[in-house]
Design a protein around this ligand. Structure first.
Ligand SMILES: [Zn+2]
Length: 395
């Protein structure tokens, strides 16, 4: 096991409260990005002409990527970590508005935290339960308010445990108004009739809870939909899957098929490879970060080249939360996110594409629950039950 991270980290100065520490982390990221990527603070450098001319709200699309289960700054947005995120640093961040202080005040489990990102409310359900979010999801707001069909909002999710993320139990929304959720591993299991021995590296379901892998009852995504929606034959799918190296690669492959064949207005992709860190191998965790960085670039390039998305799509990339610091005695460094410390709660957000100012860094505090109202303001739908506020800098 490579433990070099334990010896190279600069100690974090002492702060009187969490807010001060979050601010310090935001400024540290800002200064790093200013030096390493040449970003300016706050106000716009310029707004490209094509962005001003970006299509009307009816043509606008949004892609949200959650950045893979959380990484720490010393492996990403610090001088010693930037080698792990070359695509973010050189391709995406120079084209983006980057927020260095996104604070998550909720529960640090992946399903409940991702659901909170998708509802704009800190959900409090048991992370490991097969339940729907209680507050309406962004997909329900979008579909109900704009009268969009189910084909227009999709989630690509990493684990069977996420199968209910598309639709809440809220009485004013809920049944029939949510996103279609596609579980690539479930598709692959169905395509191989459960005999997917050659694909085991793609099928690992949950890094966090080896004791809990929910079995789905019924066919929530029929195999025939592989052909009717994704336009993939079972044989082609199996053949292509053979070339993929991880569950997130499988998810991105499916997401690209969805973009090409269905072109939903609202597409949410939850990446999860980085969370292999729970297994304790630092090198696998680093591989996960590098792969996630590359896959974000692939999706960005897909947005630029798919005719339905090019020029009218805004991309949001943000982690659900981070990981424990080396300094907290209650944790075990990069491996978990158990302590709930400020470092693991202070994340970031990258916004790029149609109408977004390029090469700008914002270090004011943004809340994890601000994502949904921002998407609502961007696409023109009401998000009445959200806790957060729209991020004005990207509107
Ligand atoms: Zn985890």
């Amino acid at each position: 096991m490579n433990m070099r991270n334990r010896t190279t980290q600069t100690p974090t100065p002492a702060f009187s409260d969490d807010r001060e520490l979050s601010q310090f982390l935001g400024r540290t990221r800002r200064d790093f990005l200013r030096d390493a990527a040449g970003l300016a603070l706050g106000s716009a450098l310029f707004r490209p002409a094509w962005a001003k001319a970006a299509g009307s709200r009816t043509k606008k699309k949004v892609v949200v990527i959650t950045f893979g289960g959380g990484a720490r700054d010393q492996e990403t947005f610090m001088p010693e970590g930037q080698e792990n995120i070359p695509h973010l640093m050189s391709e995406l961040i120079p084209r983006a508005s980057f927020f260095t202080q996104v604070v998550n005040r909720g529960i640090l489990g992946h399903y409940v935290a991702t659901a909170s990102l998708a509802t704009g409310v800190y959900e409090t359900f048991n992370n490991f339960a097969a339940v729907s979010p209680e507050s309406p999801t962004v997909f329900e707001y979008f579909r109900k308010d704009l009268k969009r069909p189910s084909s227009d909002a999709w989630v690509v999710a990493p684990s069977n445990g996420f199968n209910r993320i598309g639709e809440s139990s809220h009485r004013s929304y809920g049944t029939g108004l949510g996103a279609r959720v596609i579980l690539p591993k479930r598709l692959l299991t169905a395509a191989t009739s459960g005999q997917g021995h050659d694909y085991e590296h793609l099928l690992r379901d949950n890094y966090e809870t080896p004791y809990f892998t929910p079995e789905l009852l019924g066919q929530e995504f029929e195999l025939t939909q592989l052909e009717t929606i994704l336009r993939l034959s079972v044989d082609d799918f199996k053949k292509n899957a053979r070339t993929l190296s991880s569950p997130d690669e499988l998810s991105v492959y499916i997401a690209r098929q969805l973009m090409r064949q269905v072109a939903p207005t609202l597409l949410w992709i939850t990446l999860h490879d980085i969370d292999v860190a729970h297994a304790g191998a630092y090198s696998l965790y680093i591989d996960g970060i590098r792969r996630t960085d590359r896959l974000c670039s692939e999706l960005w390039n897909a947005i630029q080249t798919e005719p339905e998305y090019a020029g009218n799509t805004t991309l949001f990339i943000l982690p659900d939360f981070g990981r424990d610091s080396d300094e907290d005695a209650g944790g075990n460094g990069f491996q978990h996110h158990r302590t709930g410390d400020t470092l693991s709660r202070t994340t970031w957000m990258l916004v790029a594409g149609a109408g977004i100012r390029e090469g700008v860094v914002h270090d004011r505090a943004v809340d994890s629950t601000d994502l949904v109202p921002t998407l609502g303001a961007l696409l023109g739908f009401n998000t009445a039950f959200c806790q957060g506020k729209p991020v004005q800098e990207v509107l």
